[in-house]
Design a protein around this ligand. Structure first.
Ligand SMILES: Nc1nc2c(ncn2[C@@H]2O[C@H](COP(=O)(O)OP(=O)(O)OP(=O)(O)O)[C@@H](O)[C@H]2O)c(=O)[nH]1
Ligand SMILES: [Mg+2]
Length: 444
């Protein structure tokens, strides 16, 4: 299903995750890959632009939460933006059983309305609803017979009148018929072809007026791509669309149609059709669907792989520290890993330098609070200062204190801790750091 879209997303993700670093250029390239994929999937240009701009902005501006590598954060952003365009949570069909709920099906010819009624009829009967179906497609010869054949196979009764050409009238009478039998749900099938589009839309308006639907489902052929946009907005103008059903996602569908239909109507996709049989209907859950598209089934593997790659970077850092170099950036990484790994005491005990300070329990919380400031102070340093903290004379210390709203004493305190860590690191030639890594994450 939607193989092109899947392939495109997944190769873009692979490329991102495999890159040695994620910088602005890498992010822009990733967004370009996503754009290309969407164009191939026949998504409307304005939607492609909107979604890619959002992803780019967030990927460039947002700081990943501590512990989450930037790459994973970007994959997460991609996932969130797509799920949100598709409506986020799953659409809920609210069909109280103490009344007769009316579902109106609209959509152009061949989109799959009649077939989908069979599928929906089956699903709702299984859920225990008393069902009835009204054959209000009076235009196409054989339409009533087709509907009867399908509904016979799922044992749902059909109201139809082959001789009556007035479709709103059939719809009204059919609904009254099933109301009398206390049906819970009545689905109304409609025509998809007409002399011209205008008369088809007029007819939909009239039928809608005749039966006052609780839900109007627009059925969209998943293979038609961005043409779905114009189609969906035309129908939506005639009869407000409450939900979308995308059919034929089992075949050569590219996915653009699904996005276009939701964008044009603001309605959620409730179901997708994945075949011609009555069982080939799936409840649509945007997050799950996007997860599948992005290979979230594989996401765990992806995250694991990302971690592995991050470890390679850690390994490099260890080597550098073993040679006695510890920059403020390395120190910041250590501080961050404290937050990342959770157990502060464990880390503090393992952290070279800090471990020698014998922290009493009551100080732990205090230190946890301090970490936040340490981070801000390090971030307030210039690149050179971070590389070579020896540069930090009293003037610079004052500037940093001012910039982060702390006392000069606090900055000096940070420098002391840093120096302790550095000395310890030098003395143990990185052994302690390796031991720490092992202790906190089973790494190494
Ligand atoms: N592969 C596949 N085929 C489908 C699906 N849904 C519908 N079809 C096929 O699409 C064709 C048209 O389906 P119909 O249900 O007759 O479409 P319609 O919207 O009722 O068409 P009109 O009555 O002419 O307006 C049929 O051959 C169906 O079998 C689907 O999810 N997957
Ligand atoms: Mg039909």
């Amino acid at each position: 299903m939607l193989d092109k879209l899947k392939e495109g997303f997944q190769s873009a993700i692979k490329k991102l995750v495999g890159a040695s670093s994620v910088d602005e250029q890498q992010i822009k390239e990733f967004v370009k890959d996503i754009q290309r994929t969407l164009f191939v999937a026949d998504v409307k240009a304005s939607i492609v632009l909107e979604i890619s701009q959002k992803i780019e902005k967030r990927a460039l501006e947002e700081q990943p939460p501590p512990g989450l590598p930037r790459k994973d954060h970007i994959v997460k952003i991609l996932y969130e933006e797509f799920a949100s365009i598709l409506g986020g949570d799953e659409g809920k069909l609210d069909l109280p059983t103490n009344r007769t709920n009316v579902i109106l099906m609209i959509g152009i010819q061949g989109s799959g309305k009649t077939t989908t009624i069979g599928k929906l009829g089956r699903l709702l009967s299984k859920r225990g609803y008393r069902m009835g179906v009204v054959a209000a497609d009076t235009f196409r010869p054989g339409a009533v017979t087709q509907l009867r054949t399908i509904c016979d196979s799922i044992s749902v009764p059909v109201y139809g009148d082959e001789k009556e050409k007035d479709s709103p009238k059939v719809a009204r009478k059919g609904l009254a018929f099933f109301q009398e039998q206390n049906c819970n749900v009545v689905i109304v099938d409609t025509a998809g072809r007409h002399k011209e589009e205008k008369s088809l839309l007029d007819e939909m308006r009239q039928i809608s007026k005749a039966v006052s639907p609780d839900v109007t489902f627009l059925v969209i052929d998943g293979t038609i791509g961005q043409a779905a946009y114009a189609q969906a907005s035309a129908f939506h103008k005639a009869v407000p669309v409450g939900g979308i059903i995308v059919t034929k996602l089992d075949g050569a569908a590219k996915g653009g149609g699904a996005l276009a239909a939701t964008a044009a109507t603001g309605a959620k996709i409730f179901f997708i059709g994945t075949g011609e049989r009555v069982d080939d209907l799936e409840v649509f859950v945007p997050t799950r669907f996007v997860g599948r598209l992005l290979g979230m089934g594989d996401l765990q593997a992806l995250l694991d792989r990302a971690k592995e790659l991050e470890l390679v970077a850690d390994e490099r850092q260890v080597k550098r520290m073993m040679s006695g170099k510890l920059t403020m950036n390395d120190f910041l990484v250590q501080i961050e890993s404290v937050k990342k790994m959770g157990s502060l005491r464990k880390i503090l005990e393992a952290l070279p330098g800090v471990s020698q300070m014998n922290l009493p329990d009551q100080n732990i919380e205090e230190v946890e609070g301090k970490l936040k400031y340490w981070r801000a102070m390090i971030q307030a340093m210039t690149k050179e200062e971070r590389e070579n903290p020896d540069l930090l004379n009293s003037q610079r210390v004052r500037r940093i204190a001012h910039g982060t709203g702390v006392l000069e004493k606090d900055v000096k305190d940070l420098l002391t801790r840093y120096k302790q860590a550095k000395t310890a690191m030098k003395m143990s030639k990185g052994r302690q750091f390796r031991a720490m890594m092992k202790q906190i994450g089973g790494r190494q």
